[in-house]
Write a protein that binds this ligand. Structure first.
Ligand SMILES: *Cc1c(COP(=O)(O)O)cnc(C)c1O
Length: 402
């Protein structure tokens, strides 16, 4: 393999995000290919038996097996770490594999986790159903309320786990306060940054220890592959996360890693343009719906905090209709351009009814406490012309009696 400047941290860490997204982490083979090579292989061959023995003994650098190392996967890991401003990153098969790995790699029976009530459905399932089965205590709180974090701390609290903005209520967590509080108690913060990507928010700049991703969302951004990533210090990634990941195997396939590498090349542009479109569409929707939850609009109770932490509002917002499921479904079914789909971060505009889709696995009680009602709809604003989206929404709102 030929090294390029893309592998030289001293150089790449000084690049701005749009440059890192295109060139960060690049290795080139002896063919000198422009676009990153896809090493779609599981194993490696060696010139002699001594070489492989030395690699397994850790005495010589080099690949041994794709659950341990793969050149395409490593390019993606280096690129995400750079964009995040993290020392290290490991990628996983899906966002949920990333969340599970980030939590289970560091938690043991007897530990306690404080988590946000408002969260992606499967993240709530980890906290409510999986961790307690292994003797890990959990408490869920209103994460936008700083006072609740301190109240929930116990002597055995090991991890704070939350997303900001939260899916789908768009609650904002005060990163500086919550990460600072965690640090002063020796607690590790795990931030799910799927709604923003490093193009819009870099939680480590506000003190976060571990940033975890569904790379399925903005990083791929074109509805193709599932992927996940965990970023942290070298000590956390190499000594805590890696032993768990290498031996349990939630690895990302090299093909999917390659697709995400291609997605990252346009992440900065897409995130900015989708945010601009989401703001325009949000301003239109605000005049037609009884309630809108949009971090880019002054009507959001935490608008100032959101704009302090995020460089733009992101592509996602929610609305709440008074007519419950019937009215929400009527609006969805009247859409002509925007797809009914439960994904986010995509370059296509997509709309979903969280209560019956992304949060269907969450108990009715948990849905009620996090504010996911039957009248809620979540919109991911894509890269189409905002005016076409507004025209589609205009006729669908009318069809739903709004
Ligand atoms: C989608 C999502 C996940 C899960 O990611 P997958 O790639 O679908 O496994 C986790 N957290 C948040 C906030 C998400 O939006």
């Amino acid at each position: 393999m030929k090294r390029t400047t893309g592998q030289n941290r001293e150089i790449t860490s000084k690049w701005r995000p749009a440059t890192q997204a295109i060139r960060g982490g690049t290795w080139r083979s002896e063919q000198g290919e422009t676009s990153e090579a896809l090493f779609l292989n599981s194993g490696y061959c060696y010139d002699d038996a001594e070489t492989v023995a030395a690699r397994f003994a850790g005495e010589q650098q080099g690949m041994t097996y794709s659950r341990l190392q793969n050149p395409t996967v490593q390019m993606l890991e280096e690129r995400i770490a750079l964009m995040e401003g993290a020392e290290a990153c490991r990628v996983q098969a899906t966002g949920m594999a990333a969340m599970t790995t980030a939590l289970l790699a560091q938690l043991s029976a007897g530990d306690h986790v404080v988590a946000a009530k408002a969260a992606f459905g499967s993240c709530r399932w980890l906290v409510d159903s999986l961790l307690p089965r292994f003797g890990i205590e959990t408490t869920v709180i209103d994460a936008w309320d700083n006072a609740e974090w301190e109240k929930a701390i116990r002597p055995n609290t090991k991890v704070f786990f939350f997303e900001t903005p939260a899916n789908p209520t768009m609650d904002i967590v005060d990163l500086t306060y919550v990460c600072g509080l965690a640090k002063s108690h020796g607690i590790t913060t795990v931030v799910d940054n799927a709604f923003c990507s490093p193009a819009l928010q870099r939680p480590m700049e506000f003190g976060a220890d571990v940033v975890a991703y569904s790379a399925t969302k903005l990083m791929d951004g074109q509805g193709r592959v599932l992927a996940g990533a965990v970023c942290g210090t070298e000590a956390f990634i190499n000594d805590v996360l890696l032993p768990f990941q290498r031996n349990t195997g939630p690895n990302l396939s090299p093909f999917n890693a390659w697709v995400v590498l291609k997605g990252l090349e346009t992440l900065d542009m897409r995130a900015k343009q989708q945010s601009a479109n989401a703001l325009e569409v949000g301003k239109f929707m605000e005049q037609r719906v009884p309630k809108i939850l949009h971090p880019g609009l002054a009507s959001h109770p935490q608008h100032d905090l959101a704009m302090k932490q995020m460089t733009a509002c992101g592509p996602i917002f929610s609305v709440v209709l008074d007519g419950g499921r019937e009215q929400a479904f009527a609006l969805l079914n009247a859409l002509n351009l925007i797809d009914i789909s439960n994904n986010i971060g995509d370059s296509r505009s997509l709309m979903t009814h969280p209560a019956s889709t992304t949060h269907a696995s969450v108990s009715d009680e948990a849905k009620a406490e996090m504010g996911v009602g039957e009248g809620m709809l979540r919109l991911n604003v894509g890269l189409e012309d905002a005016q076409d989206l507004i025209e589609d929404l205009d006729q669908a709102l009318t069809a739903a009696g709004l």
